[in-house]
Design a protein around this ligand. Structure first.
Ligand SMILES: Nc1nc2c(ncn2[C@@H]2O[C@H](COP(=O)(O)OP(=O)(O)OP(=O)(O)O)[C@@H](O)[C@H]2O)c(=O)[nH]1
Ligand SMILES: C[S@@+](CC[C@H](N)C(=O)[O-])C[C@H]1O[C@@H](n2cnc3c(N)ncnc32)[C@H](O)[C@@H]1O
Ligand code: SF4
Ligand code: SF4
Length: 325
């Protein structure tokens, strides 16, 4: 079975958030006071998350990305991932993490059946990373990345580029791909937390490409059908790739292939569009058919693109940690 939306897009990718909690408080993701955290009973249990995953897979989802908050802070995550990996029909199980817990957890994650990791790292400079994350230790993240490499994971590193904060490090990040088979993606900062003058902070993906191109020749790479929104390139002779993710200046919505389910059980048709449809009533009744119909109805209502593209200000401010990015 395939899931197709009203614009003919095939929806095969589910971003599944398992928690809204996090051991970082990145400035672009949540306000300084943190976010109102879900009560324990509001968060879907692992059994409920597995029911959602099974319904999604039975209806055409082939790739699940586990996200958060920070997915690795939820107790029992490894056992849950093992169960998720065992669902027939799931072609890709991948996870996005801030890397803080990877030094201990990389190997168990690999054993559990996670196929790839995307790790967020916005600076290689200790002071800058501490400023962006409000306190994290860059060495801990780097140790996590090293453990993930040792465990044999294909790795992507996500850097949210912000003018005047970390944009001086673009070439340093691009250079990480010269000798290591990793992919570094430069992400345009999105104003998910509404703030005046956010446009000043955005460094356009095209200007990142120009900057890298002045130093290194590179060529575009192919994109596969389950891929996320990045455009991928390789510096001539490099071991790894780099990419740009352009939610603000680009128009990748026309290739959108994903839906999201939040830790509180709301399925969202678009990152920016709405509050989503509550799956809890279906889960409470064990209503598999209702669950499947709810997922299909959300896919059918997917918007063509997000509000930012039209400079429309109609979306509501939100913490990315509450949605899963
Ligand atoms: N606007 C927008 N941004 C997205 C969307 N999907 C992912 N992003 C952003 O892209 C960045 C990277 O997301 P990841 O969690 O690494 O996932 P991905 O890029 O889909 O991953 P791959 O499976 O490796 O292609 C994050 O900043 C996300 O918030 C989307 O549908 N819309
Ligand atoms: C919400 S986080 C959840 C997973 C994990 N805690 C992490 O940071 O990788 C998922 C992704 O969203 C990105 N993100 C969060 N807020 C963003 C924003 N305002 N603009 C662009 N990317 C953002 C993060 O950099 C991260 O790559
Ligand atoms: S981006 Fe990830 S690590 Fe940073 S605060 Fe948000 S959820 Fe936590
Ligand atoms: S902003 Fe919405 S429509 Fe655009 S790629 Fe993201 S989820 Fe899809």
């Amino acid at each position: 079975m395939e899931l197709t939306d009203g614009y003919g897009r095939n929806i095969n990718y589910l971003r599944l958030s398992v928690t809204d909690r996090c051991n970082m408080r990145c400035i672009y993701c949540m306000p300084s006071e943190g976010i109102r955290l879900l009560e324990h009973h509001e968060v879907l249990s692992y059994e409920e998350l597995l029911l959602v995953a099974r319904a999604a897979i039975a209806n055409g989802i082939e790739k699940i990305r586990v996200t958060g908050g920070e997915p690795l802070v939820r107790k029992g995550i490894i056992r849950f991932l093992e169960q998720l990996a065992a669902i027939p029909g799931l072609r890709q199980l991948v996870l996005t993490t801030n890397g803080l817990a990877l030094a201990e957890m990389a190997e168990p994650l690999r054993q559990a059946g996670v196929q790839r990791l995307n790790i967020s790292l916005d600076s290689l400079q200790p002071e800058t990373l501490a400023r962006i994350t409000r306190g994290a230790d860059v060495n801990k993240v780097l140790a996590g990345i090293a453990a993930a490499e040792r465990a044999g994971f294909p790795l992507k590193i996500n850097m949210v580029v912000m003018r005047g904060i970390n944009d001086a490090e673009i070439l340093d990040f691009a250079a990480l791909t010269l000798n290591r088979p990793i992919t570094v993606r430069f992400i345009e900062y999105m104003p998910s937390i509404r703030s005046d003058g956010w446009q000043e902070r955005v460094v356009a993906g095209e200007s990142i490409l120009e900057q890298i191109g002045r130093r290194y020749p590179f060529v575009a790479q192919e994109r596969d059908g389950l891929a996320g929104p990045a455009r991928i390139f390789r510096i001539d002779g490099a071991a790894g790739d780099f990419g740009i993710i352009t939610p603000v200046t680009g128009h990748f919505c026309e290739d959108c292939n994903r839906i999201r389910v939040t830790a509180s059980g709301r399925v969202r048709s678009c990152l920016f569009a709405d509050n989503g449809l509550d799956l809890k009533p279906f889960l409470a009744r064990g209503d598999q058919e209702g669950l499947a119909a709810a997922l299909r109805s959300v896919v059918a209502c997917k918007p063509k693109q997000h509000a930012l593209v039209e400079q429309d200000n109609s979306y509501t401010s939100f913490a990315m940690a509450a949605i899963g990015g």
